[in-house]
Design a protein around this ligand. Sequence first.
Ligand code: ADP
Length: 429
Amino acid sequence: MSSTPAPRLPHGSSHEALLVLNAGSSSLKFSVYRLSEAENSAERGVSPRKLHLLASGVLEELGHAARFHVKDSHGHLLDELAWPEPAAAPGPGPLGHSGAIDFLTQWLREHNGGGLRLIGVGHRVVHGGVRYANPVLITPEVLAELQALSPLAPLHQPHNLLPIRLIEQRLPGLPQVACFDTAFHRTAPEVSQAFALPPSITRKGLRRYGFHGLSYEYIARALPAFDAHAATGKTVVMHLGNGASMCAIEAGQSVASSMGFTAVDGLMMGTRCGTLDPGVVLYLMDELKMDARAIERLLYKESGLLGVSGISSDMRALSESEDPRAQAAIELFVYRISRELGSLAAALGGLDAIVFTAGIGEHSVKIREAICKHAAWLGVELDSLANESGGPLISRLGSRCAAWVIPTNEELMIASHTLDLLQHPQESE
Ligand code: ADP
């Protein structure tokens, strides 16, 4: 293991802190927030406490050759470590999720100068089912219910829940909060959550849930500061990262999402195919003799930008490529978004603004330009110079539909929900 001597977390004197965790199959992303008192009465009216990001980082390649890095709020590297390939190392096996939690809690203890006191942990949990329309304080009963939802998101839910158990074992009694990717969409009308399937199937939980809800909730809360008109009106937000989806928001509430029962639906993504005729799955089974796991691999890991281009799942790499297959993948990505935009504008019955967010939405001038050009019929008039400089407003003044670039912050949303529930535990379900 190699280590760089690290400075302490820059928090000044003694403070309470929150930890935010986002656990995936082979990674554990984390952020640490310091709490302070609100400085004036206007701030106290919103919340008596303020959140300040101290550090964020990731433990990745868990179970293989794990790596760790952590940066401060300005993006400066605070510390990094690399574990050797397990085969090359005699002794203990590779660092897994359990070891990662041990490592992280110890790292925080060693680097906080003794002044930070962890008062709670907020977790990103992909599925809250029909019941959880809001974040919830974890109890053994809640955890059991969330565990029972695992079949609805088998690739994510078990990984999201594991750190909750590990922290309960290591730091018993520390309050933990689950924040759901599905929760924001529970306000959508029943008709937009329904599949055209018999009620006996729907009752088993087969419905459109929608995902990326923490990102959409953050944007919905931030939007009034950018566009008061759109914030009370009709907006489509495009969360375009490795995972990608779109959400129709009316007066701050979700009314429709491009994602459905699972996070493989809707847009074409880095490695996921997005919307597919269900007949394709039957054909893959009947004619190509693929079993469920092989189809899962194809639809989740081998499709999307990677599958179509055969080059990369990474939009930046494709944008820089001259290969016609890269251009074909980008063209399909933009086409699918443009069609979905029409569908969501129809669900809203009009459109006041579109918002670009997440890695591609926040950084790709070219993709934003292509989408805005396709959206001219909806009243979007692109301001090319503003787009090149990153906005936030990238439509011309007077454009019937405004276009914005607003960076998302799911971690802050989780921290903020966690703080709210610690302050008002009676509001937990
Ligand atoms: P995740 O869903 O894993 O959180 P991100 O929101 O970080 O992903 O988005 C990752 C995507 O954003 C990748 O496809 C990456 O190539 C793309 N991206 C980041 N910066 C740029 C850029 N300057 N131009 C084009 N694509 C970019």
